[in-house]
Each structure stands twice: as C-alpha cells, then as structure tokens.
Design a protein around this ligand. Structure first.
Ligand SMILES: *[C@@H]1O[C@H](CO)[C@@H](O)[C@H](O)[C@H]1NC(C)=O
Ligand SMILES: *[C@@H]1O[C@H](CO)[C@@H](O)[C@H](O)[C@H]1NC(C)=O
Ligand SMILES: *[C@@H]1O[C@H](CO)[C@@H](O)[C@H](O)[C@H]1NC(C)=O
Ligand SMILES: *[C@@H]1O[C@H](CO)[C@@H](O)[C@H](O)[C@H]1NC(C)=O
Ligand SMILES: *[C@@H]1O[C@H](CO)[C@@H](O)[C@H](O)[C@H]1NC(C)=O
Ligand SMILES: *[C@@H]1O[C@H](CO)[C@@H](O)[C@H](O)[C@H]1NC(C)=O
Ligand SMILES: *[C@@H]1O[C@H](CO)[C@@H](O)[C@H](O)[C@H]1NC(C)=O
Ligand SMILES: *[C@@H]1O[C@H](CO)[C@@H](O)[C@H](O)[C@H]1NC(C)=O
Ligand SMILES: *[C@@H]1O[C@H](CO)[C@@H](O)[C@H](O)[C@H]1NC(C)=O
Ligand SMILES: *[C@@H]1O[C@H](CO)[C@@H](O)[C@H](O)[C@H]1NC(C)=O
Ligand SMILES: *[C@@H]1O[C@H](CO)[C@@H](O)[C@H](O)[C@H]1NC(C)=O
Ligand SMILES: *[C@@H]1O[C@H](CO)[C@@H](O)[C@H](O)[C@H]1NC(C)=O
Length: 768
C-alpha cells in the first residue's frame, strides 16, 4: 500500500489551464493540460493529437518524514497503465520527495508506432526502485487496491542494455505484439546502479543515486503501441452558449436562464471543469474516471448522460448512447457494465478458459441494474430533449462493430425483451420471490458493488423500486411515440402499474417512535458521535441561530420513522436507510406519498437522516435492528457512511423534478428538460408533505455546499468527526483505512452538478 499522509484528506484542486504559465511550451488550442491535486496525489492530465494520459505523483506537501512515493501513468488507449514505487535508500528523518519537474510533461512518439508521455522527475534523496507494474491499469489496480496482488504473467523485463545513465523496462502484452517501455535517462546530479536479477526470479535492483548533495534528476518516458482514442474537445462536447435561444420551448421544464447560466464557459473551455469532463470523453465512448476507471462503464455513462445531457451536443450524446447500445449482449439483451480491453483482456480471457480469444475485448454483463438503465435515458433524450428531437431514426439505424453489424434498433429490441423477461414474473404475481434479484451466482448487481455494500441482500431497492417501473414506462413512452414497436405499449403499461404500486411495500420499514429514539441514542454512542446531532439541525445547525431558515427537528422522536431498506432477501429486509430513493425521484413519475415520506426521513440531519455538514451520506445503519450493520457500513467502507458526489446530484435533480411537477412556490428554475405529467401528482395536495419535501431539498443543498469544488467533483469522500465542535470534516477514504479504496481525482458522474441549478440561490440559477 502506498502511504498516504493521514492529514492529506482531499486537498485543494487547482485546475490549471493551458493558458496559464504552468507548461513551458504553448500547446495547440485543442490540447488539454490540467492539474488536479486530490487524495494525496498531484494528477497531471494531458491530451493532444498524439495521446491522452494521466500522470500521478504522490503529493508530499504535508509529509513529515521518509515515505514511499508513487509514480503512475494511465492511458485510455487499451486502458493501459504503469505504477512504480520509489523508496528512500537510507532511513531519513527528512521528507523524501519524488516529483514532476514543473513544465516538463509532454507527449512523445517512438518507433513501432509507439506513443506516450515523457517528463523529468526530481529526487530529493538517493532512492531505490520498488515494485513496478506495467500493462493494464487493471493490473495496477490489482496491486494498489488488492493489497499487493501481482501475477507473474505481468512481469516486466529489464532491457539488456543499461548503464549508469540509462535503463529501460519492457512489458510485452500477453497475447499481442503490443509493448510498453518505461525508460529512464539520468539527468543532472544522478546516476543509476542497475543489478539484473541473479536468479531470473527476483526483479532487478535499481538505485537512483545522486552524485553530490542537492536533488537529482531523471528524464523518463512511458511509450506503448496501443491506438490512441479520439478525444472530444469542449466545443464538440458542450452546446454553444447561444444554443438556448433555439431551445426555449414552453412546457419543456427547462428554464432558459438556468440553462444559459449552466452553459457559461463550457463550450469555449474557460470553465476548467469543462476541460476535466472533456478529458474523460472520446468519440466512441465516455470514460468513468481517472486514473482507476479510464474506460467504458455502462452505469457511469448512463447516469452521467441522464444529468449532463441538456448541456451536451447531439453528436456527443449519441456517441455515449451508442457505446452502450453497441455493447448489448446479442444473446440475452443484457447491457455491458464494464469492458476489459488491452493487455488485461488477455488475462481475463485466459482465466475464463477462452485463451483462444487473445486480447479480444471482454464485456462484463454481470450487473442486472445496468440492463434497465438505457431505456429511461434514451426516452428522456428522444422525447424530452431538443437535442434528441427527430434523432431516433438516424441513431437506431447505426450498426454495432461488436455484434457483427447488427443495427442499434435490433439490439435495443433485445434489451426491451430482456426488461420484459426481468419484470414479467412480478407483474403477473407480485410476491417477494418474483422481485428482481442479482443474477444467479453473482454477489453484485447495482452501484453498491459488493455484498457488504448491499448489507448482503441480493434483492436491491434501486433495481425494484426505481429502475424496473421507470424502464417499463420508458418502453411505453417510446412505443406510443412510434420509435419502437407500437404494440409494446399496453404490456409495458400494465407491467409498470403493478411494479409502481406493489414493489415498494417489500422495502418499507416503520420503526415506532420509542424504538427509533432508542436506536438513535445507541447509534450515536456506537459510532463515536455526539447527542447534539439529534437536536435542531444537527451538524447543519447554522453558526448564526438568527439566520436559521429550516425548522428544527424535534428533540424527542414524536412519530414513527418511515424509511426504505437498502435491499432484502426472500424473507427479510436489510433495514439500512440509504440514498437510493433519489433514483426513483429522477426516473419515475408516479411516486406514492409513502415513498416520499421515506425521502423526508432521508433528508433529515444525520443520524436521523443522511445529511451532514459535508454532504449526504449514502447509507445510515442507525435504525437497523442488526447492530453489526454499524461496523459494516462504517466511514471506512467504500459503500458505508460516506458521501458519493453523484448520489447527491441524483437526489438533488430528482427532488427538484418532483417538486416542479407540483409547481407553485415549491418549484425552482431547472436546467433539465422534464416534461410535467398531464395532471400534477396526487401527493401535491398534501401540503405538509410538500412542505417537508421542500425543507428537505433546502437542507440537502446546504449539505452539498458544505464542501469545496475540489471535493465535490471527486468520486467520494468520508468523514472525521470533531466531538467538541460537533461537525464533520472531509477525509479521503484512502487515508482513513489502510485497506480503504482510494477515490478517483476526477469522476465523470460527479461533474453532473454542472447541470443543476441551486434552488437556494437568490437568482435561483446559481450553479455550484
Ligand atoms: C496540508 O496542511 C494544510 C494545513 O493543515 C491543509 O490546509 C492542507 O489541506 C493540507 N494539504 C494536503 C495535501 O493534505
Ligand atoms: C508550476 O509552476 C506554476 C507557475 O510557475 C505554478 O503556478 C505551479 O504551482 C507550479 N506547480 C507545481 C506543482 O509546483
Ligand atoms: C545508504 O545506504 C547504502 C546501502 O544501503 C549504503 O551503502 C550507504 O552508505 C548509505 N548512505 C548513507 C549516506 O548513509
Ligand atoms: C514475477 O512476478 C512474481 C509474482 O508477482 C514475482 O514474485 C517475481 O519476483 C517476478 N519476477 C521478476 C523477474 O520480476
Ligand atoms: C509494438 O512494439 C514492439 C517493439 O517494442 C514491436 O515488436 C511490435 O511489433 C509493435 N506492435 C504493434 C502492434 O505495433
Ligand atoms: C450561435 O452563434 C454562432 C456563432 O456566433 C452562430 O453561427 C449560430 O447561428 C448561433 N446559434 C444560435 C442558435 O443563435
Ligand atoms: C468564453 O466564455 C466565457 C463565458 O461566456 C467568456 O467570459 C469568455 O470571454 C469566453 N472566452 C473566449 C476565449 O471566448
Ligand atoms: C439506414 O441505413 C441503411 C444502410 O446504411 C440506409 O440504406 C438507410 O437509408 C438508412 N435508413 C435511415 C432511416 O436512415
Ligand atoms: C458474425 O458473422 C460471422 C460471419 O457471418 C459468423 O461467423 C459469426 O459467428 C458471427 N458472430 C456473431 C457474434 O454473431
Ligand atoms: C427469461 O429468460 C430465461 C432465459 O432465456 C427463461 O428461462 C425465462 O423463462 C424467461 N422468463 C420470462 C418470464 O420470460
Ligand atoms: C469508535 O471508536 C472506537 C474506539 O476508538 C473504535 O474501536 C470503533 O471502531 C469506532 N466506531 C466507529 C463506528 O467508527
Ligand atoms: C444544534 O442546535 C440545537 C439547538 O437548536 C442544539 O440543541 C444542538 O445541540 C445543536 N447540534 C449541533 C450538532 O450543533
């Protein structure tokens, strides 16, 4: 494990643009050069006509002594990457630093059509090269996140020619001639001492020795002959700022001022965030995040699109939608969760006893949620967005290179049949046993990605209460619009009604007031929190009591608590309060008053609900009768009591969409195009419920705005708790627990805040 300074938390992000003086040479206009400091790493992003790469060095700003430093590169091309650890050669009480020399990062080309990046690095002390992993970023992640897991098949070799001023490490891909070279040339005040392996089993010993006092320098390059992907520059990705004039359609739900405000600086790239998104987007797919996920992920693509779509150009939206449709499983209509490409694909194929496939891409279809996510997004695009108007015939006529040229229309039809297959049993007989479980023999099947993340339940709330009904309604709408077979509408509508009315009861929990109060008191002790969190607005209390806008929650629990379980098994629920209600608010139109009462509970201050002064937690085991959930959903767990940025965006977009369906004083200007139902939903008549939801929305935004942009746009973060001040502080997950998974510095779906207007702002069009 790389040692991350515990105080490192999530550091200030500086997204430095090409226009600034960071990089010596003046890059071409379309070049992307960014720097983001987060989670104890300094990340450099470079994309030009030659390559796209992320380069990471350990941030040593707050380091106290010694230390192991990390140098990592990641390329979307083949999802390739490399990591090298550097140790100080001698024990030292000084801080050991290995850093990129400012302004030296450049793209580079080599023989055999190799492309990559080069730069110069500075060593503050003599150093010894530690573990090096070269090849797929997945192999790098296996080592970094898998407590040092390495596979012999990925061993690099030392190039036979080396001396005091030069050496090279090579890695030939398992099933292909493609190769990665990591090359070092000694620069000022440095020499190498290279000792090849004496037994062919242990790696070579390589020391970086300074010739005199002061720092030493080495020039490095990472080159590989994977084909680079074509990036989407900001003008090809985002709508022009004046585009809104063409889009001002009454009843579309979108507020022209909010949309114009959201678009400011995106198309011309003056907003640095626009460039970070651009780095993650390519002509044939969007990537999920860097460095860990610089490749295709279905769920990330679809949720990012669902929220960012109103800001994007037709072509960009369709390249992302196309990436999902093209990867549809031609056998059962399932959708691809993750692709494995490049060197690691060979490894997966070998492990699957399909070595004959060589490095052919491997598409993973294990996630059942993903099967139901395309249709709601597609129907939003074709039927609600100006960009998608009259685009169905063209998009669905495209063909998939992965499915022998099958048309998208045919693949979509497969997916529709898959959805009917998943939803038929419950629609005909709505009993627990007919709910949608994770796929047979697979422990995961939604974004909570693990047994523990779902509390070991295999029948998840989101799949059953949010996606299944939303997906059926999307089929109905697309069918009624004549985009897909018109005969499907009736069946889809019949199925949807059953799912909408019957599924949520299997997840509903009511804990009486006395028991709620007992469990909350116990939880506060067990989770090392303080009782003050149970009074007033808890950690959201205003510093100035006179400006407090939101009603205080009662001192003692007066009423029963209604909430919805995270998941269930055939016989029992996993009673963990969670954020997945947001998916239903965003994707469904007919929501029951009960489900909305669950939303009101979720949008209470933690631990009554999910809201803290540093954001909305994704899970809260406080009401669970099973106290082992407290450690299982701890602040050190990837899907525990932690904040995921995209979950906040989904909840914020969802609650705004629903309140806007009611209209009147609870509505607020929204960026997205969400057509209201012909009649306002029935619950809009319940004044108390509507007021409670509005309070929840205001509180949610207070929580969201409790962190700065650098944190908000990262993948996730956890908390530290100050018992005296009774406030939460931000800490990176990688820093909190030795086994904690580090978060990506930039994450596509965390950028979805760009498409949300803050309803608490004065002009109500303020962007975060
Ligand atoms: C370093 O410490 C300062 C002061 O404690 C803090 O503000 C900053 O966020 C820290 N930076 C990093 C990278 O941890
Ligand atoms: C690189 O140089 C620029 C301008 O001199 C400076 O603003 C920036 O902070 C430097 N970056 C690092 C990592 O030192
Ligand atoms: C550093 O360690 C190396 C080998 O471990 C040793 O030969 C050398 O003398 C040490 N240098 C110093 C300055 O202690
Ligand atoms: C090859 O990989 C294995 C497993 O990671 C490791 O134990 C061994 O030292 C490596 N050999 C070389 C020469 O790098
Ligand atoms: C990649 O480079 C290696 C040399 O390092 C060469 O042998 C191989 O043919 C090249 N492969 C491709 C696909 O260009
Ligand atoms: C937006 O501006 C561009 C260039 O200034 C112009 O070509 C385009 O027609 C304008 N679009 C709208 C919708 O006004
Ligand atoms: C880009 O757009 C922003 C926001 O409208 C504007 O302030 C800026 O001047 C524009 N920059 C260029 C180079 O066009
Ligand atoms: C669909 O594609 C085929 C073959 O590329 C073409 O002949 C046909 O005109 C296209 N249809 C539509 C509606 O675009
Ligand atoms: C694709 O088409 C080729 C030639 O018609 C056929 O051999 C192959 O089995 C097909 N593959 C799939 C996945 O349909
Ligand atoms: C769904 O598909 C599976 C496998 O193709 C099949 O065995 C099952 O009967 C289908 N279920 C329904 C309800 O259509
Ligand atoms: C509370 O603190 C104790 C003692 O430091 C620790 O063992 C326990 O894991 C903490 N509980 C949680 C939920 O963080
Ligand atoms: C919040 O304010 C209430 C009074 O309104 C107080 O009782 C409670 O202790 C405060 N809680 C925190 C965590 O600041």
């Amino acid at each position: 494990m790389v040692v991350i300074n515990k105080t490192a938390a999530v550091a200030a992000t500086t997204a430095l643009l090409s226009a600034s003086s960071v990089f010596a040479s003046t890059p071409a206009a379309e070049d992307l050069r960014l720097q983001v400091t987060a989670e104890g790493n300094i990340n450099y992003f470079l994309r030009d006509e030659t390559t796209a790469a992320q380069v990471l060095f350990t941030d040593t700003k707050n380091a106290t002594s010694g230390g192991i430093r990390r140098f990592l590169t990641a390329f979307p091309a083949g999802n390739s990457g490399q990591v090298t650890y550097f140790h100080p050669l001698n024990a030292t009480s000084d801080v050991f630093t290995v850093s990129l020399v400012n302004g030296t990062l450049q793209s580079v080309t080599g023989d055999h059509e190799k492309v990559g990046v080069k730069g110069s690095m500075e060593f503050s002390k003599d150093s010894k090269m530690g573990v090096t992993v070269m090849g797929g970023t997945r192999a790098v992640r296996d080592y970094v996140e898998g407590r040092g897991v390495m596979h012999e098949i990925f061993n690099y070799t030392l190039s036979p020619v080396f001396n005091e001023s030069y050496f090279q490490l090579n890695r030939k891909w398992i099933n292909s001639s493609k190769t990665m070279d990591l090359t070092f040339h000694a620069g000022d005040n440095l020499r190498f001492a290279v000792t090849p392996s004496s037994n062919g089993y242990t790696p070579p010993t390589i020391e970086f020795l300074r010739k005199g006092s002061g720092p030493g320098y080495a020039n490095w390059s990472v080159l590989l002959n994977e084909t680079s992907l074509t990036g989407l520059p900001t003008p090809g990705l985002f709508l022009a700022e004046n585009a809104t004039s063409a889009y001002t359609v009454k009843g579309s739900g979108s507020d022209p001022k909010a949309l114009a405000n959201a678009l400011r600086g995106l198309n011309n790239g003056t907003n640095p965030i626009a460039k970070q998104i651009s780095f993650l987007t390519y002509a044939d797919k969007f990537t999920a995040g860097g460095f860990r996920f610089l490749t295709y992920f279905g769920r990330d693509t679809l949720f990012s699109l669902r929220l960012l779509m109103p800001l994007l150009q037709t072509e960009a939206i369709e390249s992302a939608l196309g990436s999902v449709i093209a990867r549809t499983n031609p056998i059962d209509g399932g959708l691809c969760h993750e692709e494995t490409i490049g060197d690691y694909a060979s490894f997966v194929n070998i492990n699957n006893k399909e070595a004959y496939k060589g490095d052919e891409a491997n598409f993973d279809y294990k996630m059942v949620d993903t099967d139901m996510l395309l249709l709601p997004v597609l129907s939003h695009y074709f039927l609600e967005l100006p960009q998608g108007k009259n685009r169905a015939a063209v998009l669905l006529n495209k063909t998939s290179e992965f499915a022998n040229g099958t048309t998208y229309a045919k693949l979509l039809d497969h997916n529709i049949q898959r959805v009917f297959n998943l939803t038929a049993a419950f629609a005909k007989n709505p009993v627990a046993g007919n709910l949608i479980a994770f796929k047979e023999g697979i422990p995961v099947g939604n974004w909570r990605d693990s047994n523990a993340g779902n509390g070991w339940g295999a029948i998840a709330f989101d799949n059953n209460v949010a996606y299944a009904p939303a997906c059926l309604r999307a089929i109905q709408a697309l069918s009624e619009a004549g985009i897909i077979d018109r005969s499907l509408a009736t069946k889809a509508s019949t199925y949807a009604s059953v799912w909408e009315s019957k599924a949520e009861a299997f997840f509903k929990m009511i804990v009486d007031s006395k028991t709620s109060q007992q469990r909350l008191n116990n939880f506060v002790k067990a989770a090392n929190l303080t009782e003050g969190l149970l009074y007033g607005e808890g950690s959201l209390n205003s510093t100035s009591t006179t400006t407090r806008k939101y009603p205080a929650t009662p001192k003692k629990q007066k009423s029963d608590t209604t909430f919805y379980s995270i998941s269930r098994n055939s016989h029992s629920q996993i009673p963990v309060l969670n954020s997945d209600l947001g998916f239903a608010l965003l994707l469904r139109t007919q929501i029951s008053p009960d489900l909305l009462r669950g939303v009101v509970t979720a949008l209470q201050p933690y631990p009554r609900g999910l809201l803290t002064n540093i954001g909305m937690l994704i899970a809260n085991p406080a009401y669970s009768s099973n106290t082992s959930h407290i450690s299982e959903f701890s602040p050190a767990a990837y899907h525990g009591t932690v904040v995921w940025s995209f979950q906040q965006a989904i909840m914020a977009a969802g609650i705004q969409r629903q309140l806007n369906f009611c209209g009147g004083s609870v509505a607020s200007p929204q960026v997205d195009f969400n057509k209201s139902p012909s009649k306002p939903p029935v619950w809009c008549k319940d004044k108390q419920l509507v007021a409670d939801l509005k309070d929840g929305q205001m509180r949610l935004w207070k929580a969201i705005k409790g962190v700065g942009e650098e944190t908000l746009f990262s993948e996730l973060w956890s908390y530290t708790y100050d018992q005296i001040k009774q406030r939460f502080g931000v800490i990176g997950l990688g820093a909190l627990a030795p086994e904690g998974t580090e978060a990506d510095a930039i994450q596509l779906w965390s950028f979805t805040f760009l498409a949300l207007a803050d309803p608490t702002g004065d002009a109500a069009t303020v962007r975060v």
